[in-house]
Design a protein around this ligand. Structure first.
Ligand SMILES: [Zn+2]
Length: 77
C-alpha cells in the first residue's frame, strides 16, 4: 500500500452498478475499504483484487493512470 492512502480517489476497471466509477479509499491494509462516490455504498475488497482492478488515481485535479503514479513515486524515493 505504498501508493495509496486514505482519502485518495481512484477509478476501477469496472464501475459500480450505480453508474459511478469514482471511489474513495477509506481503509488500507490486507483488505481495502472503498466508498462509491455516486451512491455512498461501502465495499471491502482484498488488496490483491484492488491492485488488479485499480486504473486511475486523482492527483490534485488530474486523473493519472496508476502505472504513472507508481513510476513517479519510484523516481522521488
Ligand atoms: Zn455506487
Amino acid at each position: 500500500m505504498l501508493y495509496y492512502k486514505i482519502g485518495d480517489l481512484i477509478t476501477l476497471k469496472k464501475g459500480h452498478p450505480c453508474g459511478e466509477n469514482k471511489w474513495e479509499i477509506l481503509r488500507t491494509g490486507v483488505d481495502i475499504k472503498l466508498r462509491c462516490t455516486g451512491c455512498d455504498r461501502q465495499v471491502w475488497i482484498s488488496r490483491i483484487d484492488f491492485e488488479k482492478r485499480v486504473r486511475k488515481i486523482l492527483e490534485g485535479d488530474k486523473w493519472v493512470s496508476i502505472i504513472h503514479h507508481k513510476a513517479e513515486d519510484e523516481k522521488t524515493s
